[in-house]
Design a protein around this ligand. Sequence first.
Ligand code: ADP
Length: 270
Amino acid sequence: KEGAFLEIQTTLYDQNDHLIFIRDVTRLQLLEQMRKDFVANASHELKTPLTVIKGYLETLGMFKDNLPQSMQRGIDNMADQSERMENLIEDLLLLSRLESNDKRENDTWLQVSDIFTAIEKMAQPILHPDHTLSFSVEEGAQVHGSYNELYSAFSNLVVNAIKYSPNGGEINVRWESDDVSGCFAVQDEGLGIDPRYIPRLTERFFRVDKGRSSKTGGTGLGLAIVKHVLLHHSAKLQIRSQPNYGSTFSCHFPANRVKNITSLDNASGK
Ligand code: ADP
């Protein structure tokens, strides 16, 4: 049938024979496309009214000092909630873009240290005095991919490490590579995660502790974004964690996505 989506699976039946299963998944594909389109359109449509609300709130905020305290608290609350809604819409739109492969920018060779510099700048204002944030990357390390996508994925992991380390502690961000692979890792000494939840962490809106996560201002989409970005880069996410001791989130990139240009290579024009 033209335009049909088929799922084909083969299994060894006995020594010489194979069983082939063919399933028509056209309807499932159509439903999935409808879901993707709905999320993308709804998120886009929510942007305009929210921009108007935020504009009026900003104007109200300018006259806040002349209002009774209960109204001042109300305005602050509305501003916080509209900020949360804006982050949620931005994350939904980013996920929709990641799901529709056709709108991707071209991959290029990127300096890992440039991504680290931008992440450090983003993280400074949200750090707590008891956090120590350290970065390590070899000079000349490069990764092949989309700057915006990798920045989103890596910064989500760093923001999580900060959010879920409420008592402070060390957060180490590193890039390690050799001839066969490259690895971006974020290690924290925070709350850690119960092992039974680890397989579900990259599902949209999955949170280990809903109360705590909504207080920390997350959208519940961060790790879903990380998963999609890594899929685009043929990379794999590994999560190691121990409750009350901390977590390490590592992104493993294949050899063709990684290289190291030393100053010597640059001088010889390699
Ligand atoms: P959120 O916006 O809730 O942070 P994420 O998709 O980024 O959403 O993360 C999903 C859940 O995984 C979080 O709600 C939290 O429970 C858990 N989590 C993520 N990163 C960490 C971490 N570094 N330490 C402990 N828990 C984490």
